[in-house]
Design a protein around this ligand. Sequence first.
Ligand code: ADP
Ligand code: ADP
Length: 225
Amino acid sequence: MLLEVRDLSVSYGKAVALERVSLEVARGEFVAVLGPNGAGKSTLLKAISRACPSTGTLRFADESLQALPAHAVVGKGICHCPEGRRLFPELSVLKNLMLGAYLRKDRAGIEADLAAVYELFPVLRERAPQVVSTLSGGQQQMVAIGRALMGRPSLLLLDEPSVGIAHRLKLEIFDAIKRIQRRGTAILMAEQDAQSALRVADRVYVLEHGQVGRSGTSAALRADD
Ligand code: ADP
Ligand code: ADP
């Protein structure tokens, strides 16, 4: 297993956001976490990227993540594309993308990965020198995904990549995420739009009030509804 999460719990003060959540992601697999607002999806991704403290087991490529600080998690191959994108709006598209490679020293590899991001999202090549605040929401989401890819992840964590994006761009973004998976990157994606997620993900977990309810292959869950 690439990622193993066992009995993961997170509390914010007295409020329990995640309660004994267990899930797995295999190498190259595309897994979606569904659930309404407040279900704990963002908290789950933050806990995996060590951006918030948690209890339970977090293992990645047979190594425990629980002792690692957040920056070390990126070095292990987990890159997080957070909710709200968290871009630097007054910096160029190119600078925002390069920030995702801030831990890397392999210049040739960085250039190759930048070319791959432009291949995935051609509009970003045209807009490379433009400041991010001048881009549409969908284009900004492409920058956020591209930046995470510049960390060269073996697991990409995506937090609601389609939120607030026009329908046509949304399809384009899900299609790009599917292509990222086909290139060999495992994906764990939080998503409220179950219909879209079930179309692209291999397997899904449904999170409700911080706990996993249903889970299974997308085909099985589609058949249930
Ligand atoms: P989702 O991503 O599914 O919308 P979240 O993980 O953001 O869910 O939130 C899960 C629960 O934790 C919610 O009840 C939310 O209000 C609470 N929560 C999230 N972040 C914080 C925080 N920083 N401080 C306090 N409570 C929080
Ligand atoms: P900050 O705390 O100001 O975000 P960091 O040094 O943590 O500073 O991050 C520098 C840049 O790298 C920021 O643009 C940040 O969003 C991005 N970044 C940090 N962690 C990750 C990650 N796991 N995956 C992708 N990009 C990341």
